[in-house]
Design a protein around this ligand. Structure first.
Ligand code: FES
Ligand code: FES
Length: 174
C-alpha cells in the first residue's frame, strides 16, 4: 500500500483570498499560497507592464511600488501583499507622476526593446523621491540592480540626470 498522503494534493490546490489597492482601485482575488505578486499582477490582473525576468531579485524588471516604496514583486508572495497599496507602471503612467521621466527616456532613446524600462522608471522615481540632487554616481548606484541588455545605460543615466535637474529647478521632486 502506498504511503502517499493525498491530503497534500488538496493543500496544493488551496487558494487564499487577498485584498489589494492596485493603481487606486480596490480589488480582491484568489491566489495560491506560493503565487508571487508579479504573477498575480500579470496573470490575474492583466497588468503586464510589470515584467518577470530573473524571478530572483537580481534584474529589477519586476519593480513596483508597495505602500509607496519600490519593491521586487518577484520576491513577494501575493498573500504577503494582502492589504497593501500597489502602484504598477500602468498606475504611475495614468497618474502622470513619471511623465517627465518617460518623456526624457523617449527623447534620449533610453530604451530599445523596453523589457527593463518599467523597472528602470520605478527605480528612477524611487531615487528622485529620496534624493533631490543625485550625482551621476548616485544614479549609477541606484540602477545597479536594474539590468538592461540593450542600451549600455548611458542614455538612461542621462535621462534620469536631466529629470533630476529639471525637477530641482521647478521646485522639487514629483
Ligand atoms: S524578475 Fe524580479 S528582480 Fe528580476
Ligand atoms: S531596453 Fe532592452 S533590456 Fe533594456
Amino acid at each position: 500500500m502506498s504511503s502517499f498522503d493525498e491530503t497534500l494534493l488538496d493543500e496544493t490546490d488551496e487558494t487564499v483570498r487577498i485584498r489589494l489597492v492596485v493603481n487606486g482601485r480596490k480589488i480582491a482575488c484568489e491566489v495560491a499560497p506560493r503565487e508571487t505578486l508579479v504573477d498575480c499582477l500579470r496573470d490575474k490582473l492583466e497588468l503586464t507592464g510589470t515584467h518577470a525576468g530573473c524571478e530572483m531579485g537580481a534584474c529589477g524588471a519586476c519593480l513596483v511600488q508597495i505602500d509607496g516604496r519600490a519593491a521586487h514583486s518577484c520576491l513577494i508572495f501575493a498573500v504577503q501583499a494582502d492589504g497593501a497599496r500597489i502602484e504598477t507602471i500602468e498606475g504611475l503612467t495614468e497618474s502622470g507622476v513619471i511623465a517627465d521621466l518617460q518623456a526624457e527616456f523617449h527623447r534620449r532613446n533610453a530604451l530599445q526593446c523596453g523589457f527593463c524600462t518599467p523597472g528602470m522608471l520605478v527605480n528612477a522615481q524611487e531615487l528622485l523621491s529620496q534624493a533631490t540632487q543625485p550625482s551621476r554616481e548616485d544614479i549609477r548606484d541606484a540602477l545597479s540592480g536594474n539590468y538592461c541588455r540593450c542600451t549600455g545605460y548611458e542614455a538612461i543615466i542621462d535621462a534620469i540626470d536631466a529629470v533630476a535637474k529639471a525637477r530641482r529647478e521647478s521646485g522639487g521632486a514629483t
